[in-house]
Ligand binder design. Sequence first.
Ligand code: AMP
Ligand code: MN
Ligand code: MN
Ligand code: MN
Length: 275
Amino acid sequence: MLVDFHCHTNCSDGELSPQQLIDLAQQNSIKIISITDHDNIDAYSQIDTKLLGDMRLIPGIEFSTTWNKIGIHIVGLNFNLDSKYINRAIQKHKIFRIKRAEIISKKLERIGLINAYEKLSKNGLNQIGRPDFAQLLVKEGLCKNVQQAFKKYLGAGKMGDVKNQWLSYQEIIHTIQDSGGTAVLAHPLLYKLTNSKLKRLIKDFAQSGGEAIEVINGYQNPNKTAYLQKLSNEFNLKASIGSDFHRHNKWSKLGCDTQLISHNISVWDETMKNV
Ligand code: AMP
Ligand code: MN
Ligand code: MN
Ligand code: MN
């Protein structure tokens, strides 16, 4: 069975509109999908749920937050889209993002990128994120591609990676739970932590009410999947899987095969029961 509990639309840094993403999911015969845009749920008001057929669409979001000053992402699944708790958190993150974009913009002036915030604001984007700054750096000839822009200026620890006042990871987990949803630690191996630090993160996440971890995020070496499944068992967390699809390219395909994991407790078991 193909499912996808992590993907993006142009409501955050993805390429496709919500309806285009849903159409692609149907072409790929995906059975359950959750759109998890960064810090917003705007996609959900742009989809005609009458046209979903037998595909299930589960509310989702990917929140930005920090753990011990390290930037991490927490996916929320299957919450009530109208919950005041989640909507309050989204409102706060919207303001944090605007403030952060203004700061990043000022910092990038130093390397010759002038008025980036004003330029990006004119593009009619739903949200401004680091990928937008990366694309602008490329467009203005200051970097040769997006990868280089992250490596030099926007990635972890670089000048454009400003310390941001996201809600704390505990607040994010509680917000998701209070809205009736499940908190999932996104892509645990992307933070490049040592094994012992990663275990500390997962332990803190579970102790704060986190219920699942992503054991697959996009194309992934099976050894990594096995390791993450081992950790999810060790900490009694459910397994989630997703493509983290942002755009069409050779490394990214919408949909993930549930047969890739042998874990017996997964977020879709719950999802199938509840929906
Ligand atoms: P933001 O949500 O504004 O903090 O931007 C983070 C997003 O940037 C991630 O969700 C990725 O989609 C993208 N990203 C992070 N690192 C890289 C990278 N090295 N190359 C390309 N995109 C990246
Ligand atoms: Mn992204
Ligand atoms: Mn992420
Ligand atoms: Mn993502």
